[in-house]
Design a protein. Structure first.
Length: 92
């Protein structure tokens, strides 16, 4: 058994637990991402809005992938289907 196989075997249960947590608390995490993005955008006075928005979208997509992954043979989501509407993060 190689080093990578050994690492995958040990990290498998942790990945499953993280995936379960992402499913349970995904809404809270995404709300936190939006809140952090809004705070950073306000502190930088909108100077980096486009970069903040891009990073927020990537973080949300990563959370979606993590929450919807149901095993090694799960199909990835279609990249052409938008997961979130375009535009600035919602204000609370």
């Amino acid at each position: 058994m190689g080093l990578m196989d050994n690492m995958k075997a040990k990290l498998g249960p942790a990945r499953d637990k993280v995936s379960d947590l992402a499913r349970q608390h995904g809404d809270k995490v995404q709300h936190g991402i939006d809140k952090a993005a809004k705070a950073v955008d306000e502190r930088t006075k909108g100077k980096y809005s486009d970069k903040i928005h891009a990073g927020t979208g990537k973080a949300k997509e990563a959370m979606d992938r993590l929450a919807h992954k149901s095993g090694p043979d799960a199909t990835p989501p279609d990249p052409m289907t938008p997961t979130h509407p375009e535009g600035p993060p919602p204000t609370s």
